[in-house]
Design a protein around this ligand. Structure first.
Ligand code: PLP
Length: 399
């Protein structure tokens, strides 16, 4: 179905139909997996004009396959955007977008609450090597970002809500402050995905997602996307993706588009389960705070309610002060919650985390141990039973 006609439909219809056309593929419902390095052309002239229609796009495996294009079309349709580019991981998408926009001597503004490797690897290694000055700003800055702009500032990078501590940024206030400055706005939108938040509609230039999480949705593939609303931004991204030789594999793109078909029903269920578990956790004496934007007690609740259409299944918990052994006793006994670094799959997951080690613009004010939970699609009553038994071990170990 063409991208243009998709615009007339509502969200769940778009994710069911965008980026696939059975009539082009023997009636097969899903776009096929094209494994390709070499692409051949019928004539020398066709080969020499392969960057023009009908060949533009699939010229050589590295520049993309029809499977990749089908996935990208579905993602951009969900965002109501112009186009998307896919990458072999979320971090690759972040690194590629930075490298598309910066040069030696530039200055970049980065939210203090970004995903750890955005700070430590993209900023701490790549930007440093390139001689780009990195400044971290308080995620609650809003329109105040304007005061931090310099003549050599090229981009403002947001992540909302922030990693581990889930502060919600006032994205429209930031993009409003950047209007007319020529400074690019970027956001890591992985938590909400295009289903619960569409930053393009708030004027963000580059919307980055680790499709590894909710888009793929089954913890079995690595994938990233960057979505833009102008052909100019698309060409900038694609030029650098081709230069670095970034290539999202066809099997992973296939899993990405297949995951996307059910992202609506999955996210609605993740939200329902997470709200139930987060509300229960908030009532416990062992819990100092639950960091989940959908809870009215959270500082970002009003902005979340204004800008997002829902909340995903990921949140943080700060416990009352306790020795590490108590947290270990609690977590090591979980059976349903796996312990691992990712999230966004159908299953529940948890990990310990240390936001105090990562914040510089606004020091972390938490005192107790912090854990991140991803609430999966299990029955939330079973998860609550498991967490409750975990608190028994926690309490026994801190006596
Ligand atoms: C918020 C956020 N952005 C980006 C990434 C990176 O994605 P990937 O693991 O696909 O490189 C992650 C991974 O955990 C993440 O949590």
């Amino acid at each position: 179905m063409s991208k243009k006609s998709m615009k007339n439909y509502r969200e769940n219809t778009i994710i069911t139909h965008a980026g696939r056309n059975p009539l082009e593929n023997h009636g097969v419902v899903n776009p096929p997996v094209y494994h390709a390095s070499t692409i051949t052309f019928p004539t020398m002239n066709a080969f020499e004009t392969r960057d023009q229609p009908p060949y533009e796009g699939a010229q050589y495996g590295r520049s993309g396959t029809p499977t990749q294009f089908a996935f990208e079309q579905a993602v951009s349709a969900l965002h109501g955007a112009h186009k998307s580019v896919s990458y072999p991981s979320g971090l690759a998408a972040i690194a590629a977008t930075f490298c598309t926009l910066v040069k030696h001597g530039d200055h970049v503004l980065i939210a203090d609450t970004v995903y750890g490797p955005t700070r430590s690897r993209v900023c701490g290694v790549i930007m440093k090597k390139m001689g780009v000055e990195v400044e971290f700003y308080d995620a609650q800055i809003g329109a105040g970002i304007k005061d931090l702009l310099r003549t050599n500032t090229v981009l403002v990078f947001m992540e909302s809500p922030g990693s581990l501590t889930f502060e919600v940024q006032d994205v429209p206030a930031i993009t409003g402050a950047l209007e007319g400055t020529g400074v690019f706005s970027l956001i890591d939108n992985t938590w909400a995905s295009g289903y619960f938040y569409k930053p393009i509609s708030h004027g963000v230039d580059f919307v980055i997602e680790a499709a590894t999480k909710y888009t793929v949705g089954h913890s079995d593939a690595m994938l990233g996307t960057v979505t833009v609303n102008t052909e100019e931004h698309f060409q900038m991204l694609k030029g650098i993706a081709n230069t670095y030789g970034y290539h999202a594999g066809p099997d992973d793109c296939y899993l990405g588009q297949r995951g996307l078909r059910t992202i609506g029903v999955r996210l609605e269920q993740h939200q329902k389960n997470a709200l139930e578990v987060a509300t229960w956790l908030e009532s416990r004496d062992e819990v100092a705070r639950v960091m989940y934007p959908a809870l009215p007690s959270n500082p970002g609740y009003e902005i979340w309610k204004r800008d997002f259409s829902g909340a995903s299944g990921l949140f943080g918990v700060e416990f009352v002060e306790a020795p590490k052994a108590a947290v270990e006793a609690m977590m090591d006994g979980y059976a349903l919650f796996g312990i691992g670094a990712s999230w966004g799959g159908y299953e529940s997951l948890t990990q310990s985390c240390y936001p105090g080690k990562l914040r510089t613009a606004r020091p972390w004010d938490g005192k107790g141990p912090t854990v991140r939970y991803h609430i999966g699609l299990e029955d939330p009553s079973d998860l609550i039973d498991e967490l409750s038994a975990g608190f028994d071990r926690f309490n026994a170990a801190r006596k």
